[in-house]
Ligand binder design. Structure first.
Ligand code: OGA
Ligand code: MN
Length: 286
């Protein structure tokens, strides 16, 4: 049966039906999914049941896997498949079995603190809290955010570069080997332009990465803070965003260089377990 792709009723997002991701995907379907990922930025699949090798095989349709970033706890969470990550709040024998816990993961893009950040990430939901317990994931379209910037902000971001903090993960935890940032002018991490031009379409998007400890090079600290606050307030408005309410079996694939995402906190008495892959980027942000 041919796959069906339907745009979600939001500024981004598409849902793919009639597909079993545990099997080899015909090239035409891979192309259709990749197009939806490029144009709609988030692709949602339901009712999937993937082993780790199957998640790896599906992910590899879109490029080479990019291993997880530095783990705040040291060892990889997925011992058998360290190229995958585990997002989980489950603690066993006093030790976390995955990243991000049960708190909020504030708006961010993944690993933009490296020179060539991953271009895509995928999450496969194995256990999720009941709907009323929280844990939804939100995505915001950074093309739409750039295109609707007020003229003064559009001018202010032109030609500007920012530093993307490497010291904390998206749950705000300090990574091993990093110092707390007390002056944003000393933030350690990759430098990227605030505006990214998509190399295939020429379309421009805001490229913000993460707010804590970010700094716009060449500006005074107060000026940089004010510009970043204004950009983040604009970019994370609900009109550019979609909300995903998870069900077991969902797989989400996002365009990491063109969206921000955020995970709402959830009831710590519930369990939320996801396996995660990401795809290497091939692009210096420019
Ligand atoms: C991630 C992430 C959000 C979530 O995996 O990069 O931010 O919903 N996860 O768990
Ligand atoms: Mn993330």
């Amino acid at each position: 049966m041919a796959i069906r792709i339907r745009n979600l009723d939001a500024a981004l997002g598409a849902e793919v039906d009639d597909i079993d991701l545990s099997r080899a995907i015909p090239p035409a379907d891979v192309d259709a999914i990749e197009t939806a990922w490029r144009e709609r930025l988030v692709v949602v699949f339901h009712d999937q049941s993937l082993s780790d090798p199957q998640l790896i095989a599906f992910s590899q349709n879109f490029g080479e896997l990019d291993p997880p970033g530095p783990n705040p706890y040291g060892e990889p969470f997925n011992k058998e498949h360290p190229e995958l990550n585990v997002i989980s709040n489950v603690v066993e024998n006093g030790k976390p079995t995955g990243n991000l816990g049960d708190g909020e993961a504030v708006w961010h893009a993944d690993m933009t603190y490296v020179e060539v950040p991953p271009k895509a990430a995928m999450l496969h939901a194995l256990e999720v809290p009941p709907p009323e317990a929280g844990g939804n994931t939100y995505f915001a379209n950074m093309f739409a955010a750039y295109e609707t910037l007020p003229a003064d902000l559009k001018k202010a971001v032109e030609g500007k570069t920012a530093v993307h903090d490497a010291s904390r993960n998206s749950a705000g935890l300090l990574r091993k080997g990093f110092k707390e940032v007390s002056d944003v002018r000393e933030t350690v991490g990759a430098h990227h332009p605030l505006v990214r031009t998509d190399p295939t379409t020429g379309r421009k998007a805001l490229f913000l990465g993460r707010r804590p400890s970010a700094y716009v090079l060449g500006l005074g600290v107060a000026e940089s803070e004010a510009l970043l606050d204004a950009l983040w307030a604009h970019a994370t408005q609900p009109r550019f965003a979609m909300c995903h309410e998870w069900k077991v079996g969902d797989v989400l694939m996002w365009n990491n260089l063109s969206v921000l995402h955020r995970r709402a906190p959830f009831d710590p008495k519930t369990r939320r377990v996801m396996h995660r892959s990401q795809i290497k980027g091939n692009e210096r942000i420019a």
